[in-house]
Write a protein that binds this ligand. Structure first.
Ligand SMILES: Nc1ncnc2c1ncn2[C@@H]1O[C@H](COP(=O)(O)OP(=O)(O)O)[C@@H](O)[C@H]1O
Ligand SMILES: [Mg+2]
Length: 155
């Protein structure tokens, strides 16, 4: 478990870009936290780190359940806010993307239950005062632990 304190929006963007830069095919990143915590904002920065062209992700994805973007790797961005549980996700075949060669980023991943692979990076975002955010990162059993160890967010 790693706690990351972000003082301002710019820090969230830097962290997201870092995640996008180190992501490997088949990675899964789970984002949980209240509405407005910054899950979509972080995902957009991840897209930037993955070299997704900025013009492609300007639309707010919050009303859609699934968006695919092309960058250095494909980005599968899913938002399970409107789903009730794992069976919805399976009915739509979304869980199959977790095992493809892109990076999957899931908002409200708790809805997916056991469908999420074990080697995911799970991040819980909480809102502090103003632009500050606290990120609790559960790196799981995969390579994320080492990747986050090298993290240095100061420019
Ligand atoms: N440090 C920060 N990290 C992320 N978002 C921030 C931060 N500070 C302010 N914000 C603002 O909070 C809002 C987060 O919204 P959004 O990313 O849509 O949240 P969610 O997807 O979790 O509902 C955005 O308007 C963003 O500009
Ligand atoms: Mg969102």
């Amino acid at each position: 478990m790693k706690i990351i304190l972000l003082k301002a929006l710019a820090d969230t963007l830097a962290f997201g870009r870092f995640l996008g830069q180190v992501a490997q095919p088949g990675d899964v990143i789970c984002l949980d936290g209240d509405l407005g915590a910054g899950k979509t904002t972080l995902t957009q920065a991840i897209a930037q780190g993955l070299e997704v062209p900025a013009k492609d992700y300007v639309t707010s994805p919050s009303f859609a359940i699934f968006h695919e973007y092309q960058g250095r790797l494909p980005l599968y961005h899913m938002d399970f806010y409107r789903l009730t549980g794992a069976s919805d996700i399976q009915d739509m075949g979304l869980d199959e993307y977790f095992f493809l060669s892109g990076l999957t980023v899931l908002e409200w991943c708790e809805r997916a239950g056991d469908l999420v692979p074990e080697n995911r990076l799970k991040i819980n975002l909480t809102i502090g005062s103003d632009e500050s955010r606290c990120l609790t990162c559960d790196t799981g059993v995969g390579a994320w632990k080492e990747r986050l160890q090298d993290l240095n967010l100061t420019p």
